[in-house]
Design a protein around this ligand. Structure first.
Ligand SMILES: NC(=O)c1ccc[n+]([C@@H]2O[C@H](COP(=O)([O-])OP(=O)(O)OC[C@H]3O[C@@H](n4cnc5c(N)ncnc54)[C@H](OP(=O)(O)O)[C@@H]3O)[C@@H](O)[C@H]2O)c1
Length: 279
């Protein structure tokens, strides 16, 4: 059934004195009626860090639900393989999130090509755990550049477009490391605490524009993330872990849940741990 309402276009217009306008109620009804494969049909999403792990699973899951997905990361070969596997439902885009200009250019290209960008999933991240006394200062820099500045550059790139449309959803992947600090995790935890803090500030500021902000905080997920750790002590400690981790798809389901809620619902944060993970 065609649910379009005259004058509503593809976005939400306004709420006056606590009353929902017709476009708003129509969209809620429409979303509630969506089921199955086409739950996210018509939505355009950009997922960073989509060449492996959680980002790859998120890109696939959003595409499976009908969204048009642009998958970004540095390893283009991995993104092209993902695109082929999804029969073109996911479009590859090479991006280093620490390149502010490059991030803006990619967002502009997406808006130019698809006419809109509904969802940004800021997922790219590195976890270079090390004990601070070892002074892996270059790795501290990298975590701040990718995990924190990369997220900020993504927000800066999409905000003008989302504000203009008075619609959009920014999903930031933080971590349970953004809830508690552990030895060898001081800087990584610092970046993830910061992502949670900036997401909450952003959410509060964006309520007049009806732009949603969601933080996803995973516990331990089986991905490539820990492979890049260079501190041998940490590598040994991690190898000794025995608990059953989450799969990347478990986190992708949480993202799909958040972005598929009706427009008046903003899922602020989802924390997902393996059942056996204590803290
Ligand atoms: N796995 C866990 O246990 C866990 C737990 C909590 C939170 N997280 C968070 O989940 C997110 C995804 O991690 P993951 O576990 O899926 O690890 P992963 O498999 O290593 O994926 C990390 C992704 O980030 C991308 N990336 C790294 N540096 C980048 C840069 N400069 N520019 C663009 N992309 C970059 C990588 O792609 P390229 O190398 O191709 O650029 C890759 O696609 C991270 O933010 C991580 O902190 C993970």
């Amino acid at each position: 059934m065609n649910k379009s309402v005259a004058g509503c276009g593809d976005g939400i217009r306004s709420v006056t004195a606590g009353r929902l306008d017709p476009c708003y109620t129509e969209l809620i009804t429409d979303t509630a009626e969506r089921t199955g494969m086409a739950m996210l049909k018509g939505m355009v999403a950009l997922v960073t860090g989509a060449s492996s792990g959680i980002g790859e699973a998120v890109a696939e899951a959003l595409a499976r639900e009908g969204a048009t997905v642009v998958a970004a990361a540095r390893r283009l070969d991995r993104l092209e393989a993902l695109s082929a596997r999804t029969e073109g439902a996911v479009a590859p885009a090479q991006l280093d999130v620490t390149d502010r200009g490059g991030f803006q250019r990619l967002v502009d290209e997406i808006v130019e090509r698809y006419g809109r960008l509904d969802v940004l999933v800021n997922n790219a991240g590195v976890m270079l755990l090390s004990y601070m006394e070892k002074l892996h200062v270059d790795e501290w820099d990298r975590m701040i550049d990718v995990n924190l500045k990369g997220v900020l550059y993504g927000i800066a790139a999409v905000l003008p477009h989302m504000k203009e449309r008075r619609s959009g959803h920014i999903v930031n992947v933080a971590s349970v490391a953004g809830h508690r600090v552990f030895p060898a995790g001081a800087v990584y935890c610092g970046t993830k605490f910061a992502v949670r803090a900036l997401s909450e500030g952003l959410r509060q500021e964006l309520t007049p524009y009806r732009i949603r902000v969601t933080v996803i905080s995973p516990g331990i997920v089986r991905t490539e993330l820990a492979d890049h750790i260079t501190d041998e002590d940490v590598r040994r400690e991690m190898a000794a872990r025995t608990l059953v981790p989450l799969q990347a798809g478990d986190i992708a389901e949480a993202v799909v849940y958040a972005v598929s809620r009706p427009p008046h619902v903003d899922v602020n944060e989802i924390v997902v741990r393996p059942t056996e993970q204590r803290t």
